[in-house]
Design a protein around this ligand. Structure first.
Ligand SMILES: Cc1ncc(C[n+]2csc(CCOP(=O)(O)OP(=O)(O)O)c2C)c(N)n1
Ligand SMILES: [Mg+2]
Length: 821
């Protein structure tokens, strides 16, 4: 079903020019009368208080880092503290009018943003909702600490809760917001809309877009703000995030009732510095950061520069932009100017800027300025402001005293229990993340591809055990399709996207038949932005939905390295299990297309803690393992070899079941029983290993047991070890390059688990440590049946009369190692 966006040569060839709308700069006009009327004195005073609290909090950390104490409380804080002294007005102004359902994501310098957002949420919640959160969060653990010493009402208690939860997190305590597993740069408190902060600068750029997509697609209230530093405007995830956020399809192709573009505000806290580099005038070319909006879309992202030293200017901008976003007319970019008077970190000597410049900003200090403005406007007396400042010092001291005390604020115990291990995965079965009816265009049973599947054989073999023609069998890709379809009709939050996912049917036709079945917002094409394809999925999932992003080729994972390794893998554990990450990242592994389209990088993801890694090799497993992944709550990198998309089921007697089933997680499959030696395969190499097993049997009378690992992580070694105990010999093979391949980890594990039963060391047969050559030369690169037989002959079990065709000797192994190839 082709889309209806016609590319008409008569239109696209016409002469003309592009008009870029003007981008306002610092246009806010202060008007005390209007401001008082709008906000009321109480709220304006509260704004001042929020800023003062943040200043005191950061000053406390600065003193602790630089002098080892704050107001007579000694403490040695080993971790980082990127302070935002000078930036308080921008954070508080931003949060003033946000609702609790509005989310902010941020970066390494986010203490002030966390506090500002939480203070704002406290103001907006009614007593019972507020109490519910304080009592319910981590079973009331944080509340019970602050409650003891606190005297005052619920709202005042909530302030202690916010200050203490943040500080205990910074100090790495179990009583912190994330049990100390996030720390200073990753702390957040989701119940108040303060979402993950990222030590990978710019990392929130695409994650926040995913969160906004979640809100839009699932009709959730609120907007999402990505708080990004000015120097991080050069980051790939920021640009890719903007590209996905600005896709036109939300307004041209998605159903109107979904509501338009995702409600995302790219908010740059522009303090004019990276660590030492200066984006304006040195490391970037935009002149003014707000200009970045100009090239992106006809609205220039509604971009504006806002004076962040006036909290009311920021509040006004956020309020106006929020309306645009809720109307589905975003995305929006704000360039909020501010200045960090503190160093990048407490050890920073500010060698990259002059003392005069710092003094200029100190003269304009945003808190002192606002205080003066309040007094001049008659909103407060000096004594009111002084009272707020001394109350802040008293409160921050109280909280600090609690947070440094190990008997009150202990660390997570890791000595007697695997407490960090427990939060690496959430390991839950979740049928659906919401109860509403899944949106679909067709009843499941009427799906055209299911109908054609019904005419195919569920097995790849006929009754005599002979292979059936490929067009007549349920192939690997059909099996994947059935798993996807099943979950789409159960979980209304489930979405899938990537490059060419919709009309094309996915690059390898796995999704053919889904375009007819699903509305646009559940299956869509994205820009070619591999980083943000994964990054938005991270944001979507941690906001509460299930998502299946696709990478067309494993090689392109290089483009999404940070999103896979640092984001997808880590947010469940860095949140101490507060967040879930139901992302199934489908990654196809190529061949035939040479060096940049044929790599199996399963070992790289296996190396990174926090990812599950599946690698099915049969249609039965494709469906059963994808069903398993799609019912879970953890990030799964799901590898699919392009070599076998069209293969039928050869191992399971009854073929691929029509109904729902799951493969047991982590359990390898026994493909052939044998007694003389064990072959373990990962991925599509299974079929070459099978040929080797058949030749061993037929030609040499050797009985080989063939085990298909199926899983890389988690992996239960019992079956493999049981086989090795029986045979005493093991060869491992896969299409990944041999050096650093996961096979070597398996070989080391087997050696340790079954050393006494082994006749010799495990033998690894991987691909050569070369670039993958062209299709015609591939046989010299990927493991072949002959290599397996030769390696067995040379190193495990001499085969009578065998003529080797490749060199699998120990000497050759050493030669290759020496040469690094
Ligand atoms: C991807 C990445 N690159 C580099 C760094 C090291 N680093 C930490 S903060 C920083 C400067 C960031 O500047 P900006 O985005 O303007 O934020 P600011 O520190 O001014 O708040 C750098 C380079 C990092 N954490 N992440
Ligand atoms: Mg900066």
């Amino acid at each position: 079903m082709p889309k209806s966006i016609v590319v008409d040569p008569n239109k696209v060839r016409k002469a003309g020019q592009i008009e870029i709308p003007p981008i306002p700069v610092n246009q806010y006009a202060a008007d005390p009368k209007k401001e008082e009327k709008k906000y009321g004195k109480k709220r304006l005073l509260k704004m001042y208080q929020d800023m003062v609290f943040i200043r005191e909090f950061e000053t406390m950390l600065n003193n602790i880092k630089q002098q080892g104490e704050y107001r007579g409380i000694p403490y040695d804080h080993k971790g980082p503290a990127h302070l935002s002294i000078g930036q308080e007005s921008a954070a508080v102004g931003q949060c003033l009018l946000l609702d609790r359902e509005d989310y902010i994501f941020g970066s390494h310098r986010s203490h002030g943003e966390i506090l500002a957002k939480c203070f704002s949420a406290v103001d907006k919640l009614d007593d019972s909702a507020l109490e519910g959160i304080l009592k319910g969060y981590m079973d009331g653990r944080i509340l019970s600490v602050v409650q003891k010493e606190h005297r005052g009402d619920l709202r005042s208690l909530a302030l202690d809760f916010v200050l203490y939860g943040t500080l205990a997190e910074i100090f790495g305590r179990e009583t912190g917001f994330n049990k100390g597993l996030g720390g200073s740069m990753h702390a957040f408190f989701a119940p108040f809309g303060s979402m993950p902060n990222n030590a990978i600068v710019g990392g929130s750029g695409d994650i926040a877009v995913g969160s906004a997509l979640f809100k839009r697609i699932n009709r959730k209230p609120g907007i999402v703000i990505a708080n990004i530093g000015d120097a991080s405007s050069g980051c790939g995830p920021v640009w890719e995030g903007i590209m996905i956020a600005a896709m036109e399809q939300y307004r041209t192709l998605w159903p109107k009732e979904v509501g338009g573009s995702p409600p995302i505000l790219f908010n740059f806290f522009n303090n004019f510095y990276g660590m030492g580099g200066q984006p304006e005038g040195e490391t970037m070319g935009f002149g003014m950061l707000a200009r970045l909006g100009a090239g992106v879309n006809p609205e220039a992202l509604h971009a504006e520069r806002v004076d962040g030293y006036s909290p009311l200017a920021v509040a006004d901008a956020v309020e106006r932009k929020r309306k645009i976003l809720l109307a589905g007319k975003g995305p929006v970019l704000l360039d909020v100017i501010t200045y960090r008077i503190s160093g990048h970190s407490p050890s920073d000597a500010s060698a990259y800027r002059t003392k005069e410049e710092i003094a200029l900003w100190e003269q304009n200090d945003c808190i002192a300025d606002f205080g003066r403005y309040m007094v001049e406007s008659g909103w407060a007396a000096d004594s009111d402001l002084e009272a707020i400042r001394s109350a802040a010092a008293e409160r921050v001291s109280r909280v600090c005293r609690l947070a440094v005390d190990l008997s009150i604020s202990p660390r997570l115990r890791t000595d007697d229990a695997d407490r960090i291990g427990e939060v690496m995965f959430s390991n839950q079965k979740i049928e659906k993340f919401d109860d509403r009816e899944p949106e679909a265009l067709l009843p499941l049973e009427e799906n055209p591809r299911l109908e054609s599947n019904r005419r195919k054989s569920r097995s790849g073999l006929d009754e005599q055990g002979k292979p059936l023609p490929k067009a007549k069998v349920i192939a690997f890709r059909d099996a994947l399709f059935e798993a996807m379809l099943h979950r789409f009709y159960i979980d209304p939050t489930m979405v899938a996207y990537g490059e060419e996912n919709r009309d094309w049917g996915g690059a390898f036709a796995v999704y053919r038949g889904l375009t007819e079945a699903l509305p646009y917002h559940r299956l869509f094409n994205t820009s070619i932005s591999e980083g943000a394809i994964v990054g938005t999925a991270v944001g979507y999932a941690l906001s509460g939905g299930r998502v299946v992003p696709e990478l067309m080729y494993c090689d392109f994972m290089g483009r999404s390295g940070d999103e896979v390794f640092n984001q997808l893998a880590k947010w469940q554990s860095m949140s101490a299990g507060v967040l879930k990450m139901p992302v199934v990242l489908r990654v196809s592994v190529g061949s035939k297309y040479g060096a940049q389209h044929s790599q199996d990088w399963s070992s790289i993801v296996a190396h990174v803690p926090g990812l599950k890694v599946y690698f099915p090799a049969t249609p039965y497993d494709a469906k059963g393992m994808l069903n398993l992944a799609l019912a879970g709550s953890d990030p799964v990198v799901f590898f699919e070899s392009q070599r076998i998309y069209d293969i039928g089921e050869l191992f399971e007697k009854d073929g691929v079941p029509e109904g729902y089933y799951e493969v047991e997680e982590g359990e390898p499959a026994l493909r052939r029983e044998g007694s003389d030696l064990t072959i373990v395969s990962v991925g599509a190499t299974l079929y070459r290993a099978l040929e080797a097993v058949e030749e061993l049997e037929g030609k040499y009378g050797v009985s080989a047991e063939l085990v298909d690992a199926r899983f890389i992580n988690p992996l239960n070694y019992d079956r493999i070890v049981a086989s090795v105990r029986k045979t005493g010999k093991v060869l491992l093979t896969s299409d990944a390059c041999e050096r650093g391949s996961f096979l070597n980890t398996m070989a080391a594990q087997i050696t340790q688990l079954a050393f006494d039963e082994l006749d010799g060391p495990p033998v690894v047969v991987g691909s050569r440590n070369w670039i993958t050559p062209c299709a015609e030369m591939e046989d010299s690169f990927f493991p072949q049946k002959e290599w397996i037989l030769d390696a067995i002959h040379e190193r495990l079990l001499p085969l009578k009369g065998h003529q080797t065709r490749s060199n699998q000797s120990i000497e050759e192994m050493q030669r290759r190692n020496r040469r690094g190839v």
